[in-house]
Ligand binder design. Structure first.
Ligand code: PDD
Length: 283
């Protein structure tokens, strides 16, 4: 079956889908994106991702090219056309096509691309069962990490560094020695005292939609929660560590920079939160 992409109003074969060479996303990274997980035919946390999309576009003063209602119809259609029951939907909106000039062009219309791909849920669940290793790298990003922009160079360099060291993810460390977040995920620990801890929202991190959902699950479980920064040392000495994102959902971390967290096995709370997440995130 051939894959289908949505490009500026048309459903086109994936291998023929294209965007103009003067698209500002291509020339300046002048655009934003969103990623939705799909499990058993349902998008996870769909409303949260729409809300963040609108916010990211607003921060960059790019217009929403269509209403959320219309976008929702297209996302479902792209899922259906690509027969994705388990997988990911990717959406990218840029400021549009214009002769190259740094300042915003007048009278351009945003470009929109939506794709979907299937992933193997059993494989992802097995990865979570085994747990993963992370390394740390300096956080070299700009001052507006709260915007989900396609400008991801420091993030891809961080992820590449992780893969070259046989790790799954890189946690980024700010100049005060505190963990900000992963290259494509939010970072969490459960401290020695049993407190579920993740960095507070600010322009230093992306406000993860999975993060927000896990915080509501933690409240329901009446867990002790602190939204604050934590150091590498505190993370390595924690009872548990895990990451959250649309692509990894809730995935336990067993090692940080080669140091075992707890017993060096997926922790019980992280594993329970993953299960809760899968049971409650479908929309
Ligand atoms: N990344 N932090 C960063 C830097 C991210 O890129 C992501 C998601 C997250 C988690 O956000 P959410 O829970 O809303 O997915 C945190 C996506 C999945 C990606 O780039 O593929």
């Amino acid at each position: 079956m051939s894959r289908i992409a949505y490009v500026n109003g048309a459903y086109v074969p994936h291998n023929q889908a294209c965007i103009h060479i003067e698209d500002r996303g291509y020339q300046f990274s002048d655009g934003v994106y969103e990623v939705w997980a799909v499990r058993q035919g349902k998008m996870l946390d769909s409303e949260g991702h729409f809300r963040r999309l609108k916010r990211s576009l607003g921060e960059l003063r790019i217009a929403m090219p269509m209403s959320v209602g219309a976008l929702d119809v297209v996302l479902r259609e792209i899922m259906r056309k690509n027969r994705v029951r388990n997988g990911l939907i990717y959406l990218q909106i840029t400021r549009g096509v214009a002769p190259r000039n740094h300042a915003f062009p007048k009278d351009t219309f945003p470009s929109i691309v939506i794709t979907a791909k299937s992933t193997n849920p059993a494989k992802a669940d097995q990865t979570a069962k085994n747990g993963v290793a992370v390394i740390t790298v300096p956080d070299e990003r700009w001052a507006r990490c709260d915007i989900k922009t396609v400008s991801l160079l420091p993030n891809i360099l961080a992820k590449q560094a992780a893969h070259e060291k046989g790790a799954f993810e890189a946690w980024m460390v700010d100049e005060k020695g505190q963990i900000t977040e992963g290259s494509s995920s939010n970072a969490w620990i459960i401290t020695r005292e049993g407190v579920l801890t993740t960095r507070n929202l600010s322009s230093d991190i992306l406000g993860g939609i999975t993060r927000a959902h896990v915080l509501t699950l933690a409240a329901e479980r009446q867990l002790k929660v602190e939204e604050r920064s934590f150091s590498l040392e505190e993370a390595q000495n924690a009872q548990e560590a895990f990451m959250t994102s649309a692509t990894t959902l809730v995935t336990p971390i067993t090692h940080i920079d080669g140091v075992a967290v707890g017993q060096g096995k997926p922790g019980p709370l992280a594993s329970a939160l993953r299960k809760d997440y899968l049971q409650t995130a479908a929309t």
